[in-house]
Write a protein of this length. Sequence first.
Length: 83
Amino acid sequence: MSITLSIPPEIVQEVREWAEANGTSLNQYVRDCLEAKCAELAKSRKTRAQQFLEFAKEHQVKVPKGWKWSREEATERKMRCLA
């Protein structure tokens, strides 16, 4: 994908010089920064399994010993978590 950014010329020039001095291009440097941020964001997101486990621990429900859901009850129930 190609995008257009509005960046002051002095910043572009300074980062371009730094990138060239470090064996890369300005474009590659920007791509690397965006990829690093995406990886950081992905790590901070909770998986659905993590959300379920947290919900289950937080909302423990006591049920009679030996009680089981029927198939119909199990499919009708939906857990709603606010993420």
